[in-house]
Design a protein around this ligand. Structure first.
Ligand code: F6R
Length: 347
């Protein structure tokens, strides 16, 4: 079933353009849900792990594009804020498996007060049966323990939801271009393989990004931790000088996520702060960013039309590949990380 690939994870990384395309076909279902919901005064995302990172992107989108106040809560912490929900709140559960115990427990609680929506990959799973509304992501079965194609599919559903609520034609247009951008960058894996060889002995990695790039940093760090067992920390770029800068030293790899857009200038100065302390800069940025070429030690360059708003759907791919190739370099099985299960059915 690996169809010639060495592992499911790399097969699934390569299926991401298709996963996004297939999830885009859910547009009319999503429009129907929005019409049925009517006015929503507040949204609350609930999820774990990678699905939680997709939720953070959802918060940024819904607040900035649709102007709806949005919270993001880890499913395992949900009960501490359940008291503030009411019938005007929409609680959105994001889950690949649809069976995660923490999320299910939170769903039962949310169903008592609010409307609930599940964004779920596995058809017929418990969340799809218990939520008021369901958007099915169309990633197909995911075997690798590390979520990859289901993550970009969750994001696709969230972008469609936000763009349709806000009636944002430009955003919709941009999201429809995402599969082509992913296909384009997947042709350039050699530079990532070279980076993995260079950095496989690192003990710590930092990932930094600002705004929409912050959850990309969190997700890049999680992928690295789970399958390579290297300590990876994702930070909001602006938060570095509030503590973690003390850990930056000669030769520490710092992955900087720098798509073109409003936040570029400030993140660039954060890059300079870590560079001045001797960090090795692995940048992900635009092909046309000449300054970044000069400032970084290693650069993965992406089509300049990928702006910072749609970057979460595209810029995560080189970070998944980095984690994958580092794991392979270290002789680890990326499909079966130790201590982890594909579906977490205990609280
Ligand atoms: C990371 C990963 C986990 C899951 C988390 C939630 O690669 O797979 O962090 O994202 O356990 O699982 P679901 O989405 O099935 O609720």
């Amino acid at each position: 079933e690996k169809e010639g690939y060495d592992y499911f994870m790399i097969k699934e990384i390569n299926e991401q353009a298709t996963a996004v395309r297939n999830t885009l076909t859910e547009k009319s279902t999503i429009q129907e849900i929005i019409d049925d919901l009517g006015d929503i005064s507040r949204i609350c995302f609930v999820a774990c792990g990678t699905s939680f990172h997709a939720s953070i992107t959802g918060k940024y989108l819904l607040e900035s594009i649709a102007g709806i106040p949005t919270d993001v809560i880890l499913a395992s912490e949900f009960k501490y804020s359940a008291n503030t929900l009411n019938e005007d709140t929409l609680v959105i559960f994001i889950s690949q498996s649809g069976e995660t115990a923490d999320s299910l427990k939170a769903l039962d609680l949310a169903n008592k007060t609010s409307k609930t929506l599940g964004i779920v990959n596995v058809a017929g799973s418990a969340i799809t049966r218990r939520a008021d509304y369901v958007i099915q992501t169309q990633a197909g079965p995911e075997i690798g323990v590390a979520a990859t194609k289901t993550y970009v599919s969750q994001l696709t559903a969230i972008y469609l939801f936000a763009a349709l609520i806000a009636d944002d034609e430009k955003l919709l247009e941009d999201v429809y271009k995402v599969p082509d951008f992913i296909e384009e960058l997947l042709k350039e894996v050699d530079s990532i393989k070279a980076m993995s060889k260079k950095y496989k002995f690192a003990r710590d990695f930092f990932f930094i990004g600002r705004g929409y790039s912050y959850p990309i940093a969190l997700e890049g760090a999680l992928k690295l931790k789970e399958i390579t067992y290297i300590h990876g920390e994702g930070y909001a770029a602006g938060e570095l000088k509030h503590g973690p800068l003390a850990l930056i030293d000669e030769g520490i790899p710092v992955v900087v996520i720098l798509p073109p857009g409003e936040n570029h200038r400030k993140t660039m100065s954060n890059l300079e702060e870590v560079k001045a302390r001797g960090a090795d800069i692995l940048a992900v940025g635009s092909k046309e960013d000449e300054r970044l070429k000069l400032k970084s030690d290693d650069l993965f360059a992406i089509n300049d039309d990928v702006n910072e708003i749609i970057a979460p759907l595209v810029y995560i791919v080189p970070l998944q590949l980095l984690a994958y190739y580092v794991a392979v370099e270290k002789g680890l099985d990326p499909d079966k990380p130790k201590n982890l299960a594909k579906c977490v059915t205990v609280e």
